[in-house]
Ligand binder design. Structure first.
Ligand code: ATP
Length: 229
């Protein structure tokens, strides 16, 4: 069954059109990569899904419900768990307090999050502002999981991190997929790592979805032309 469906979504920043027709279809339990060169509309698509940007036209359905016109807090409550670009946490709260502040009833609690990211247990009482970039990213993912989402959305979760920390994030994503079957939509530039976890891909070009299919069907011709690798 479809968990998330975008149908010809268009959106503007003021007078500037950023999305010209984005369609995608993500099933329960699926990991989907949202791809495309810089500035093609990946973050904007995520903002539209999370209802942080109004649509000009098109529809968004989540869990069978039309969420096109919902405010973002209600979309979040329905199970959209966003880890935004730039990993926002409460800087003046500790790791533990950050996790607790995000909690909503469900399978995920602090013990389970720290099982996925043991470093967060080691840093339990440390202020979020004093964490390394990688630890902040783990905390941001942990916070999103504490909301018990039906869909986890990761926007450039490994960007700017040291290789060893990136690997920790990727293995956490792989564990989330294999152990929990959580649906995940992710934007990332690391094609090789995406290949290990993504079931499907959607590629954006100038605000429009121009390719979608099994990740394994992404060949060199497509990646060179549309992703630039
Ligand atoms: P990147 O990989 O560089 O993050 P992206 O694919 O996520 O790129 P978006 O950030 O969604 O791209 O940007 C899509 C288009 O919308 C770009 O042309 C960008 O300049 C424009 N844009 C993004 N944010 C705003 C904003 N707040 N106001 C006006 N235009 C914006």
């Amino acid at each position: 069954m479809s968990l998330l469906e975008l149908d010809r979504v268009t959106a503007f920043y003021g007078a500037t059109q950023a999305l010209f027709g984005v369609s995608l279809d993500l099933a329960e339990g699926e990991v989907m990569a949202l791809m495309g060169r810089n500035g093609m509309g990946k973050t904007t698509t995520i903002k539209a899904i999370c209802r942080m940007l109004p649509l000009r036209s098109g529809t968004i359905r989540f869990g069978g419900a039309d969420i096109t016109a919902l405010p973002s807090y209600r979309a979040a409550r329905m199970g959209l768990g966003l880890v935004p670009e730039g990993r926002r946490c409460f800087a003046n709260l500790s790791v533990h307090e950050n996790l607790i502040a995000a909690a909503r009833p469900g399978h995920w609690d602090v013990a389970r999050v720290t099982g996925l990211f043991p470093r967060l247990a080691e840093r339990r009482d440390q202020g979020a502002a004093t964490l390394s970039g990688g630890e902040q990213q783990m905390l941001a993912i942990g916070r999103a999981l504490m909301t018990n989402p039906r869909l986890l959305i990761l926007d450039e979760a490994t960007e700017g991190l040291a290789p060893i920390v990136r690997q920790e994030i990727w293995s956490a994503i792989a564990r989330l997929k294999s152990e929990t079957g959580l649906a995940i939509l992710l934007v990332d530039k690391s094609l090789a790592e995406l290949r290990d976890v993504a079931d499907r891909a959607v590629i954006l070009q100038r605000g429009e979805s121009v390719w979608s299919g099994a990740f394994s069907a992404l060949d060199d011709a497509v990646t060179t032309r549309l992703i630039g690798v």
